[in-house]
Design a protein around this ligand. Structure first.
Ligand code: HSE
Length: 428
């Protein structure tokens, strides 16, 4: 009989439990597709006796995930413990170093150590796969490494944090304030243990770093992503954006330019009627632009037990079939050194500026923009409170340097009551 693929599962939280369920429920289907049985042989987690609603009695138990990774009766380790360093990295290195494939959902570890881990996998003749680390159930990495392998990719975009999209769309739909909706997102289990990773843009930026490396054949370069979170977006911005025909999304963009790869994760205004603009709730979306295919848009659940376990099992079945692809779609040694490019492309911006409501203040703002070479497209002043009035401006296209100069001039005005908000309007 064909040898089964024997799995060691490191981590039995939501995702690990989801993997156990699929392996148990779909055993005949998985065996048919992989050409061999897929079995879990051993598991490891922090708490042995917690009831997880699945039967683990047939599996060997290891308290130490690194000991699990070193067992000699396994072919593949699934790492779903999380964490950039610590046990997750030690387990992954131990598994690769002892000749086992690794499938991981760990975006933080891959964004930080992707190159080292990819090199280690190749040096040991095994596979390292991370589909579940990017946009949950959407097969985004496979789309790039397989289906779109014949394309030079020019741009990758994504709404890849469900918590942020939930907050932004719920605020718009209900008129509820940011803090209240964030609390709801935490209760519903969408947010990370520390929601700063979600709302600060870091979780989504890690995913963008992985997609960008895969799309452009470069080493992972998380540290050079321009990251802005959604914390300063308020209900008024969402409502005004809607009146102007836009919606606000935490949008990641990685774009190939003549000087390198530009990567940014920031709130953007996008046309309300666009596919990205219409994305509701915790759903994720990734968009790829290839020279031969044009634009490909994929959307689906970006987190949760079933979707994340689904992505893991896609990778496991590939490896069981003997399909061992380099982690980023080409050998690690051929990945180019990152050449980050500044976001120099021109764009229109939405500005919100809180001004003292007194004669001549608007003229001062207009002058500050004019002196910076920025032309105003639309301008409105809205509800006055306590002697101050928010002024909303949509600029014509301008470079980031000119915008920063204008924001500096405006902040320095005595009539400016708080740091101005600038949100890029993205052509999606
Ligand atoms: N907390 C993430 C999100 C899910 O809200 O999308 C896992 O990355």
């Amino acid at each position: 009989m064909t040898q089964p693929l024997r799995i060691g599962l490191a981590g039995l939280g939501t995702v690990g439990t989801g993997v156990v369920k699929i392996v148990q429920r779909q055993a005949p289907m998985l065996a048919a597709r992989a050409g061999r049985p897929i079995e879990i042989a051993a598991v490891s987690a922090r708490s042995r006796h917690r009831d997880r609603g699945v039967d683990l009695s047939g599996y060997a138990w290891e308290d130490d995930p690194v000991a699990l990774a070193r067992r000699t009766d396994l072919d593949l380790v699934i790492e779903v413990m999380g964490g950039e360093n610590g046990p997750a990295k030690a387990t992954t290195m131990a598994a690769l170093g002892s000749g086992k494939h690794v499938v991981t959902a760990n975006k933080a570890m891959m964004a930080r150590h992707g190159q080292l881990l990819a090199e280690t996998a190749e040096a040991n003749g095994v596979g390292l796969r991370f589909e579940a680390a990017v946009a949950g159930g959407i097969p985004a990495v496979k789309a790039l490494t397989e289906g779109l392998a014949g394309n030079a990719i020019s741009r990758v975009m994504g709404v890849m944090n469900g918590t942020c999209n939930y907050i932004l769309t719920k605020m718009e739909a209900t008129g509820a304030a940011y803090d209240k909706v964030l609390e709801e997102a935490k209760k519903l289990g969408y947010a990370e243990a520390d929601p700063t990773f979600d709302v600060g843009g870091f979780d989504a930026a890690q995913k963008l770093a992985l997609l960008s490396a895969t799309a452009f054949g470069t080493q992972v370069d998380y540290d050079r992503i321009l990251i802005e979170g959604i914390e300063r977006v308020n209900l008024a911005d969402i409502e005004h954006a809607a009146e102007l025909g836009y919606r606000i999304k935490l949008l990641g963009v990685a774009r190939k330019t003549r000087s390198g790869v530009e990567m940014r994760m920031q709130p953007c205004l996008v046309p309300a009627h666009s596919a990205v603009g219409q994305l509701e709730g915790v759903t994720n979306m990734v968009v790829f632009e290839g020279d031969a295919v044009g634009r490909i848009t994929l959307s689906g659940p970006g987190a949760g037990e079933g979707p994340t376990a689904s992505a893991i099992m896609g990778d496991v079945v590939d490896l069981a079939r003997g399909f061992v692809l380099p982690a980023f779609g080409q050998p690690a040694a051929t990945l180019a050194s990152p050449t980050p490019a500044n976001a120099t492309g021109e764009a229109s911006y939405y500005l919100r500026i809180l001004l003292t409501d007194a004669p001549g203040t608007l003229a001062k703002v207009a002058a500050a923009l004019g002196e910076s070479g920025i032309s105003i497209n639309r301008m409105r002043q809205v509800q006055h409170t306590g002697g101050a009035a928010p002024v909303l401006i949509v600029t014509h296209e301008t470079g980031r340097d000119a915008l920063d100069a204008a924001l500096g001039r405006i902040s320095a005005l005595e009539v400016c009551r708080e740091e101005p908000i600038a949100i890029r309007i993205e052509d999606v």
